[in-house]
Structure formats: C-alpha cells, structure tokens
Design a protein around this ligand. Structure first.
Ligand code: C2E
Ligand code: MG
Ligand code: MG
Length: 824
C-alpha cells in the first residue's frame, strides 16, 4: 500500500477514523511544506483545519466523513509556513476502516473563481454609481481569502497632493496603513504606492521587520484609459511572494482598472443622458426600424404626448399632412443610407395644433456600418418664428407712433405700384414735414416732442381713409400713399387739410403752441413709374416746400427736377472748384462820411467757372449752404481776406475793418469759433479788425447756441454787423440781446432814398435807432452823389456802394487805398 501511495502523482494521505495520519506520500507532504516523517502520527486537522463556520469541530474532516458529507469538505489547507491555501479533497473509505484522502492544490481554480466573483460584485456596485472608496474594503476581504498576507491596502491617487490616500486596509499589520493616511511624495522615503501611481507601473520594495525578516512591499496601480484611478499595496514575507503571485496581483489591478474605467464612462454617460434629457431641444431615439425607444422631456413638452405614449411607436403619428409623401421618402432614403438629414417641417401636436420644427436626424452605425438607431433632434421654430415676427415688427414699425417706418414704406409702395400698374390706377405719394419741429424739441424737451409727434400722427391719420397708407419716414416727416386717385384736386385738398390740421393749436401744460407743416407731392404714373424715383421726387418737392416756408405744398414738376439736377451739378462743380482754386475775392470799400477815408472793406466771393465764366455769389451761396460746402468756402474767404488785410497793414494802411459774410447755416458748425481764432492767430491779425456780417433772419431765429457763439466771438474782440438791415421781420428785440456793433442799411432803402419819402423816414429811423443803441451805421448800395449827400445829412457814419467803389480785385483795391488813405 505504502508503495502504492508513494508512486502516484496525486497527493494521498491515509488517516484512521480519529483523524490521525497513518501514512502520507511525498507529493502530499511537500504540498503542505513538510517531510513525510514530520506528518505521520499527527492529526489531519493540523494541515486541513476546521472551517471557520465550524470551528468547534475537533475532528475536522473525520467528522464530516462520518456524517457522509465528504464531497463538501474542506477547501482549505494549511502549510507548514502558516499559509493557507485552497484544496480540492476527495475521500475514499478503505476496507480496513481507514480513509484515503486525495488532496489537490486548488489555488489556481479558487483564485480565478474568487477574483471572478469579486470582479462581478465590484462591477455591479460601479454600475449603480458606487466609488472605489465604497467597495475597497470588499475587494480586500475577497483578496485576503486567496492571499492571507499581513497587509493589503487600497489607496486613491491624489494627484494635486502628489500622494496616495489610504481608503481601506486589512491584515495583521493593517495599522501600518490606517484608512485616511496620506502617503505623499514629500516623505523622505517615497512610498512605493506613490511611485507606482506616478510611474503608472508596479513598484516593489524590500523591508525588514524587527527580527530582520525580509518582506516585500509591492504596489500595483489601477490604470484606466489614461489615468491612475487607485493603487493596491501588498506587504508579504519575501518567501511567500513569487512571480506567479505577482502576476496574479497585476491581473487583479488590471481588471479593477478596467472596471473603474467603466465607472468613469458611466459617469460621463450619466452626464450626457442628463444633458439630453433636460435639453431644451426635443430629442428622441429610435431603433433601426424607426420605432421610438426613448424621448426626452422637451419632446413630450413639444408634442403633448407622454413618454409612454410615444415609446414603441413610429414617429409618423406626428405627421401633419403638410409635407408631401416625397418629403418623407427623401428623408428616409437619406438616413437609411447612413447619412444625416436636416429639414424644416410642420408637425401636429397632440391637441391638433401645428408647430414648425427644424429636424436633424443622425443615424447611428455599428462597426460594420449598419444602422442600429436613429437620433432625432428637434429645434422648435415656432418660438423662433414668433421672435422673428417681433423683430420684423421692430424693424418695420416706428415704436413711437406705431406707424410703418421708412423701410416698410418703401416695400409697401413697391407692392401698391405693381397693383396700380395692373389696374391702371393713379397713386400719389405725399411727404409731410412738421415745420420747425426741432425748436419744439429744443425748447420743450424730447418727451413733449414725442407727445406732439404722436398727436401729429393721429391728426394726419384722421385726414386719410382706410385705403390710404401712412408711414413715419423720418424724425418729423410722414408719408401718405393715396391709392386710386381720380382727380389731382383730391390730393391738393388732402395736403391742404393735413396742413390745416397740423396748424391746429396744441394745448401744453400752461400755454398753447401752434406748428406748421409743408408737403411735397409726386404722382404715379405721371411723374415716374419707378417707386424709388417717386419717393425721391416727393422728397425733393418737400424740400422745395420747406424752403418756401411753413404751410406750403407743391406738386412735383419736371422743372423742379431740372432745378434739382442743376443743383446737383452745381454742387459737384463747387467741390471741384474748391480744390482747383476757382474761387477768389473782390473787395468793396466802405468810406467814412466824415473823413472820406476808407474805414473798411467787405470781402465778396467770386467763382470763375472754367466753362460758365464768372458766377455771382447769389447763384451758388444757397447751394453751398444746403450742401455744407459753405464751411470750407467760408474758411477760404476768411483766410484770403485776413491775408489781404495783413498785407495792407504791412503797407501802412491800418485802422480798417475787413467784413466777411457768414451764413446762418454755418452756426451749426461747432468749430466756427475755433476756426476763426486759428486764422486770426495764424496771420497775427487783431480780432477787432474782423467784422462778421450776419443776416437778420439768423438772429430772428433767436437760437440759444447762436447767442452763445456770437457772445464768445464778441468777447474775443470780433465785430458783428447786421447785413441787409431792415429787410427782416422788424423785431428789434435781438439788437439788445446780441452783441452787435454795426447796422448795414439794406440797399433797397437807399435805392429810392432821393425820391420816396417813406424811405428817407426809414433810413433816418434806422440811423437814429443805431446811434441810440451805440451802433455804427453803414448804408449799402450808394450809387450816386445825391444819395451820398442825403445820407451824410442824416448822420450816417459810412457808406458802401458803386458810387465810391465797386467790388474790385486785391490789386485794384490797393491802388484805391493809395488814392484815398494815407499810409502811416
Ligand atoms: P451782401 O453781403 O449784401 O453784399 C453786397 C452785395 O451788394 C454785393 O453783391 C455787392 O456787389 C452788391 N453791391 C454793392 N454796392 C452796390 C451798389 O451800389 N448797387 C448794387 N446794385 N449792388 C451793390 P454780390 O457780391 O453779388 O453778393 C451778393 C450776396 O452774396 C452778398 O450780399 C452776400 O450776402 C453774399 N455773399 C457774397 N460773398 C459771400 C461770402 O463769401 N459768403 C457768404 N456767406 N455770402 C456771400
Ligand atoms: Mg454782406
Ligand atoms: Mg448786404
């Protein structure tokens, strides 16, 4: 028998019914780390100890054998070195009452089973959202079943802290790595766990206990895709560690890394699915047949169907019937072929209402390129269309009056003209301007201005019928489109009526104000058939009406068009003229009636047009004012005049003024004062020798800014003269308010002074008025000796006119001076 058991390759142990080992073969002895002799006579429980579940059982397997439970016996063997290991046991009763135990080292199978179970549990826990810190203890318990080492612990890599935080530890030496301990890089000896995490590889180290017994400390990092997610550290006596065990631990770490990666993916997926669930856009997913598998909240909100109502259905229940079958055919053929599709369509809500969406369908393909799912994302365009509608309203309607604005007016006119052309109808476009509206804004403030504009809009509306059309096209400008006009009188009457209504007094807080209006009218198809031209013509005609003064209206005429075209040409020529130095100055002397000396000059601009020859200022000054060209022209005149005065001063002709004409339009130029001062400085000419000639009408406007500018100039020494005095409205109020130095009696009064008695009276009155106010008085347009003498008698200070000297070139003026004045 002994021979027999010694020869077999299986590990065999023969025991009696007390559990005493009677015989054992070398294979079995070495399995437990003993020599055969050492075990004979010992109890079987020394190497196959009782289970933990049944610790009181003295006899160990014998008891079980006797109770007929041999198959389910011990799974654990105990080696001489104290290590336990899983065994597979098979017991055969012998005829002599003894038992033969066939023992197999079951470590490998046990290991795999144990790890498999552990991995499955961990995976399950990961899938429900648990983290490493939650199941680290569990992993250690499972591992200890297979690897009963003195210390096993799991840590988490804290990258920011450059350390490893212990999550859980197990074993007799577990105090060496208590939970929440942080092993950091800064420790003098870097812990292998920290190194393992940093290097992303297994790191082992040798340590010894107080008895000098060598131990191995090995750290296995858990690697997920790109990062370290944890570390398992093992402390084991050196002799218990071999490459097989090392390998097994590495596999475990690898497996855990993969599972934890799933956890990361899982987290991300959860994030994604939350994002999609709560996305503003409706989303649904179908299987490859188009059956809805999932839909988000936005989808149920948009369609009115609950989640349960849509799952399992084909999305065709949303069809509105507004898209033709070809539409869907085209869509399906695209997505079935694996291509994304995008399109705008109208679907039907559960309540039957329609909504517009933009749909994007993306097929999801498997690795072989077959469609497995479709993802559809909706963009609800209904809300966007509403918003677009609002924007449309904002961009097409005037917010203040609620009337259509200029851009809609252009559109509308085009449409109306198209129809009118077909019906052979006449259409009138009427532009209406509220006269002097700027003054309302300036004096009463913008809130009152707005109020008045609304009122004006209402008043104009009250004049038209529902088939007419009205828009606000500019600050204080309105446009009316009159359809199907039969008689031109109709339009004239309407213009008249509108102006009358505008003129009706407006009650403000305390007082009433009265405004005026003008209108310009253009007719389709008589004036033009082009809508843009029609607008242009109405605008041009309004411009003419504005010039003519408040409460006038005009019809467009070809003559007006010609005038305007000429004016445009004039403007272009003037621009060129400024560059090409076609402007030059004439000087007309003013002579002191007491001394006979030249007391001053007036600079008068001339234009030598290359084709048209000499052009007098009254033909181009007003165009220069309208176009703003008056500003550069003025600068040219002022500089030339100042330069000339300086030259005369140098020749010894002093105590003369140089008068320059200034248009009212220039007072809108904020740099007027600065420009004048710059030129004076440049030629070092005294301000008091410069005289600005302004017209009465400018002062009549009584604008605060004008007063400011003039006061400023006057304070600096510049003289102010009122040109053409007596022709304006005879409000003398402004003479007190503005810093005036001189009055220039208009030539119309001087002209008949010798024949018309009332002219003498007027001139006399002006002269005495001027003197009372301390002003110098000059008479313009003196053409003969008689006039001169009369004016002298009336105590006029000085005169200007052809009789003494016509406007002349600088050279002639110098000769004139040499005759009349003595150089000093
Ligand atoms: P104004 O300022 O009243 O200038 C006097 C005008 O009367 C000048 O006409 C001058 O030639 C003319 N005149 C002078 N003496 C007599 C006379 O005895 N009999 C008659 N019948 N006419 C006389 P001009 O040069 O054609 O200028 C016309 C207007 O053009 C000027 O009237 C002035 O308002 C304007 N103007 C001339 N130059 C300028 C300028 O540089 N800037 C501006 N803004 N306006 C200018
Ligand atoms: Mg003048
Ligand atoms: Mg004048």
């Amino acid at each position: 028998m002994s021979r027999q058991i010694n020869d077999v390759s299986d590990a065999l142990i023969v025991i009696d019914e007390q559990g005493l080992i009677q015989r054992i073969n070398p294979v079995a002895a070495s399995l437990f780390g003993y020599a055969c002799e050492e075990l004979i006579g010992r109890m079987i429980r020394d190497i196959l100890p009782p289970t933990r579940q049944n610790p009181s059982e003295e006899k160990g397997i014998v008891f079980e054998i006797l109770n007929g439970r041999v198959e389910s016996v011990y799974k654990k063997g105990l080696k001489k070195n104290g290590l336990s290991f899983p065994v597979d046991l098979f017991v055969v009763p012998n005829a002599d009452g003894t038992y033969t135990c066939v023992v197999k080292d079951d470590t490998s199978r046990f290991f795999h089973e144990q790890i498999e179970t552990m991995a499955n549990v961990v995976l399950r826990r990961v899938l429900i959202g648990e983290k490493l810190e939650h199941f680290a203890a569990f992993i250690l318990e499972q591992l200890r079943e297979v690897f009963p080492f003195p210390l096993l612990w799991i840590g988490q890599y804290e990258k920011d802290e450059k350390g490893v935080l212990v999550l859980s530890s197990l074993g007799g030496l577990s105090q060496l790595a208590a939970p929440r301990t942080l092993f950091t890089h800064s420790d003098q000896a870097v812990h292998p766990a920290v190194l393992a995490c940093e290097r992303m590889e297994t790191v082992s180290d040798e340590v010894a206990d107080e008895h000098g017994r060598p131990y191995k400390m090995i750290a296995f990092p858990f690697l997920s895709k790109k990062a370290v997610v944890g570390v398992l550290t093992v402390l084991a006596p050196k002799e218990h560690m071999n490459h097989i065990i090392l390998n097994r631990f590495e596999n475990i770490a690898l497996r855990l890394g993969m599972i934890l990666q799933i956890s990361e993916d899982q987290k991300f997926l959860r994030l994604l699915s939350t994002a999609i669930s709560s996305a503003m856009n409706a989303v649904f997913i179908t299987d490859q047949h188009g059956k809805i598998m999932w839909a988000n909240e936005a989808f149920t909100r948009l369609t009115g169907y609950g989640f349960e109502e849509v799952v399992g259905r084909h999305p065709s229940f949303l069809y509105s019937g507004l898209q033709p079958p070809e539409f869907y055919k085209e869509m399906w053929s695209n997505i079935k072929a694996g291509r994304s599709w995008r399109g705008e369509l109208v679907d039907r809500h559960k309540d039957g209402s329609l909504f517009t969406i933009e749909q994007m369908i993306t097929p999801i393909l498997d690795y072989e390129g077959r469609v497995t799912h479709y993802v559809a994302v909706y963009d609800d365009l209904t809300a966007r269309k509403d918003a677009e509608g609002k924007i449309m309203h904002l961009s097409n309607y005037d917010q203040l009056t609620g009337l259509p604005n200029r851009s809609l007016f252009h559109e509308k006119l085009k449409q109306i003209l198209l129809k009118a052309a077909k019906m052979n109808e006449c259409v009138a476009v009427l532009f209406v301007d509220i006269s002097n509206f700027n003054r309302v804004n300036d004096t009463l403030g913008h809130a009152a201005g707005d109020q008045i504009l609304k009122l004006m809009a209402d008043r104009i509306l009250s004049c038209v019928t529902s088939k007419d059309w009205i828009a606000r096209i500019d600050g204080d400008e309105f446009a009316v489109i009159l359809r199907d006009v039969k008689q031109p009188d109709e339009i004239g009457d309407l213009a008249h009526q509108i102006i009358r209504r505008i003129q009706e007094p407006i009650k403000m807080d305390k007082d009433e104000i009265v405004l005026g209006g003008c209108a310009g009218i253009a007719l389709f198809p008589y004036d033009t058939t082009d809508s843009e031209k029609l607008i242009n013509y109405a605008d041009m005609t309004l411009f003419k009406a504005k010039k003519a003064g408040p409460n006038s209206y005009f019809f467009f005429s070809q003559q007006l068009n010609n005038e305007i075209e000429e004016r445009l040409k004039l403007e272009q020529d003037m621009r060129k003229a400024l560059v090409q130095n076609e402007f030059f100055l004439n000087y007309q002397p003013q002579v002191d009636l007491k001394t006979g000396r030249v007391s001053g000059w007036e600079a008068l601009v001339r234009w030598k047009h290359p084709q048209k020859g000499l052009i007098p200022p009254n033909l181009f000054i007003s165009a220069a004012e309208d176009t703003g060209l008056i500003v550069p022209l003025f600068l040219f005149v002022l500089e030339e005049a100042v330069k000339q005065l300086k030259a005369w001063n140098k020749m010894g002709y002093r105590d003369m003024t140089m008068a320059v004409n200034v248009s009212s339009a220039q007072f809108e130029d904020i740099r007027l004062t600065e420009n004048i001062q710059n030129i004076l400085k440049k030629y070092r000419v005294k301000a008091k020798s410069i005289e600005l000639e302004l017209t009465e009408s400018l002062l009549m406007k009584d604008v605060y800014e004008t007063q400011q500018i003039l006061t400023h100039l006057s304070d600096n020494g510049v003289r102010i003269a009122i040109d053409d005095f007596g022709t304006g409205y005879s409000s003398l109020n402004y003479l007190r308010r503005f810093p005036v130095n001189k009055l220039k009696i208009d030539r119309s009064f001087v002209k008949d002074i010798d024949t018309a008695k009332e002219n003498i009276a007027i001139v006399k009155a002006i002269i005495s008025l001027g003197h009372i106010l301390g002003l110098e008085v000059v008479a313009e347009g003196v053409e003969n000796a008689k006039q001169l003498h009369l004016l002298k008698r009336l105590d006029c200070d000085s005169i200007q006119g052809f009789f003494l000297g016509v406007p002349m070139s600088a050279d002639d003026a110098t000769l004139f001076l040499q005759k009349k004045n003595k150089a000093s």
